[in-house]
Write a protein that binds this ligand. Structure first.
Ligand SMILES: Nc1nc2c(ncn2[C@@H]2O[C@H](COP(=O)(O)OP(=O)(O)O)[C@@H](O)[C@H]2O)c(=O)[nH]1
Ligand SMILES: [Mg+2]
Length: 255
């Protein structure tokens, strides 16, 4: 259940920014911003758009509120879902941020419990899919688990903490901590990829406090997925020198 946050946590002291990366989300963005504003009036919203070719910007414009609902048109030379999330963290001006997809696969109701975890002292809160089969084809389900186990292995190998869904696109954190991570190590991140959380976890302090909340992963409500087979090579590039070598081989086979 989402909690409306009002009163003392008014706009001037907004505790949390929702980062919404968008690329061609005209079918969802208006309803998404509306839902978030209604459920979490104290939260700020940051739309990180990669020059959508549809009416994402046009439809969002009437919803923008100075300093509260902001729309960023990103540098076309730096296009990428992960790059949008990293930049969103750098632009966040509240104590916490939560990143979520704009297509309702991450239900807005999942944000309330995540925010509570952050407010209770977690540095990172990861939304873990209750049923990781929902909304995924068999191949994507298999790929998702395979990548997750590889990521857990790498995180443990590097002495870092892991979590129940390292591939999750729904996660929130303490802004200052992750801004430092992006500032320090962002040059080595896989900016064009889809797995921003994995890069952040690999480079976060080893003693970070991680908590998890479960949520129901839904179906995309409108529009189409932007995922392509390139996500596989992009993930491999996040897996150290051996992964990068494998990515070159897989890349040449795919092309
Ligand atoms: N800014 C930005 N957002 C993107 C890009 N690709 C996808 N997204 C957004 O990231 C979220 C997840 O993308 P989606 O295509 O639904 O991927 P899927 O859920 O893995 O099928 C959605 O909100 C998309 O609009 C991109 O290149 N740039
Ligand atoms: Mg999606």
């Amino acid at each position: 259940m989402a909690m409306p946050l009002t009163g003392a946590e008014g706009l001037s002291e907004s505790p949390c920014t929702v980062i919404l990366p968008t690329y061609n989300e005209e079918a969802n963005i208006v309803r998404m911003v509306g839902s978030l504003r209604e459920m979490y009036p104290a939260f700020r919203i940051l739309i990180m758009d990669d020059n959508s070719k549809d009416r994402t910007r046009e439809l969002t414009e009437p919803l923008l509120v100075d300093g509260v609902v902001r729309f960023f048109t990103r540098d076309p030379a730096d296009r990428g879902l992960s790059a949008s999330i990293f930049q969103g963290i750098m632009e966040t001006d509240t104590e916490f941020f939560i990143n979520m997809d704009s297509d309702f696969q991450h239900p807005p109701g999942a944000l309330g419990p995540m925010f509570e975890e952050l407010r209770s002292g977690a540095d990172l809160c990861v939304g873990v899919r209750a049923d990781r089969g929902t909304g995924l084809s068999f191949i994507r389900w298999l790929g998702s688990w395979g990548c997750h186990f590889a990521a857990v292995f790498i995180l443990r190998f590097r002495g870092k903490k892991s979590c129940g869904d390292t591939m999750s696109g729904l996660f929130g954190g303490r802004t200052a901590l992750f801004r430092e991570v992006v500032e320090r190590d962002g040059a080595y991140f896989e900016r064009r990829g889809f797995k921003a959380l994995f890069d952040l976890m690999k480079n976060a302090p080893a003693d970070i406090r991680i908590s998890e909340t479960e949520y129901e992963f839904g179906e995309r409500q409108g529009g189409v997925s932007k995922l392509s087979p390139a996500v596989v090579t992009s993930f491999l590039r996040q897996c150290g020198p051996a992964g990068r070598a494998l990515a070159r081989i897989v890349g040449s086979v795919l092309s």
